[in-house]
Design a protein around this ligand. Sequence first.
Ligand code: AMP
Length: 596
Amino acid sequence: MRFAELADGYERLEATTKRLEMRKILSELVKPLGAEELPEVLYLSQGLLRPEYEGVELGVADSLARRAVALATGEEERSVAEQTKTSGDLGSTAQELLTRHRRLGDVEPLTVAEAYAELGRIAAAKGEGSQDAKVRTLVELLGRSTPLEAKFLVRFVLGTLRVGVREMTILDALAEAFADGSKEARARIEEAFNLSSDLGLVAVELLKHGVDGLGRIGLEVGRPVRPMLAEREPTLARVLERMGGEAAVEYKYDGLRVQAHVARDGTVRLFSRRLEEIGAQFPELLAELPRAIRSRPTIVEGECVPIDPDTEEIQPFQEVARRRGRKHDLERLREEVPVALFLFDILLAGGTPVHQEDFPARRRRLEAIVREGDRVRLATQRIVRDVDSATSFLDDAISAGGEGVVAKSLKAGSSYRAGARGYWWIKYKRDYTAGLMDTIDGVVVGAFQGRGKRAGRFGAFLLAVYDPKKDRFESFTKVGSGFDDAQLAELPRRLERWQSDERPPEVETGIAPDRWFRPGLVLEVRGAELTLSPVHRAALGAVRAGAGLALRFPRFTGRYRDDKGPSEATTSHELLEMYRAQVRHAVSETPPTSGG
Ligand code: AMP
């Protein structure tokens, strides 16, 4: 395929906000592709070169890209910078400049394969002289591109390609292009993606072997599985009811979710909930896991929490947060804040895939394979059949430093549902029992200029929850309190890469902030109550026609949820459930439990 066709597709994708239309454009784009180009086009369309979990980065700073555009167009770097101020982005500037400076003579049209290979070369350039090499490759690439191609290539290398295709839309398009477009086919494609986290791999299997061939995609050590997620219920009685009167309840540890892949040779790779590789931050786990896991290759999941070595007590999450992303002083911090990994699930057991087994069987496997030690332990668990024992277990969990419990279904069908949120797991946090509202993870989609003491800075932020069905981010609150000076000073920098000139198409709100942001940064907030609102769009119309849900008196808890991507923020559905729980609380006389 010519790269021009792809660029043309991007142009059309950019021009629409309708998911159906996007699906159609995308499916037409990918349909003619072969097994070589298909994954390339899918990765490129997401602004990636490889599946996200591989973490491949191009490493092209703004200044480098600007230099390349200047060299490719014969313009002064200074003037490229000037024009970019007016046009808003370097991609558009490159497009304009190339339109103006018509080249003499013909160039071979660029193919997708060539563009992909060259971009790969840019990413691969490392070490001394790599900056120059990156610029050179980019100049060559721009030298061969049309103005429109140049626009998207520049945006791609800068990481600002904004064609708005998210994973779920790509899955829609694949179902349409390579299957019958039915719900069932779509579900099976998504399942394969949830197990492999690799759209390119799924697409190629689908192309070669059809929907039935997707079963060939299994678990592989080193390839993270998208995590299973929990629903919530407002009382333990409801939790038990949902589970059919019987459940395994486990401590809910408040730390970082970790998926540990232990290869046959003892090599360990750790993935975060967002599938980022985080092993380097936990050398003690890398060392301990091969000893703790009796049989390999194995994939287990757990929560990593700091432990006070003297008291064996679980420490507050902030201690881990402090350590995350911190490269210096790791040795010292490790002594100060050692961590333990509390394992709660197993997907691959000594080479046998067990994710499809029911939960009780998986737990038995986990118990059999894990040799507990200081660093690696099993999540504390009890089987309960009545609210009293569930409540006393919750009390234990809280006193042990947990934030609540996660109940797990024991029923047939309680397999590991990769990437799915469902009632097979139900979380119940202490906060409900205290009558306080649970925290909400909101995505920043806008900012308001500060006044008075905060003049010249942002004073408040517009937050949204995520609706996975519509693939939209719906505003639910404007938060201005809970931020300290340092946070207010650093937020513009944290938000910079998500800046947008206009309302991003995936954002729904009736409010116009001073600045828009594409969904990226997730903040944890807490508020007093949820109310109906004419201007917010969360769960619009679910309670009353024309009304969305809004959080009153929101407050930033101080916690950036860098471990969550925008689509892992609190969902509109969860917000609706919280609203309903609150209404039920208000009408019921008896508090749900005595715990907390
Ligand atoms: P939340 O982040 O509020 O959606 O709660 C779900 C998270 O709780 C999971 O993703 C895990 O990171 C964490 N968690 C802590 N303990 C457990 C447990 N025993 N079972 C499952 N998840 C747990």
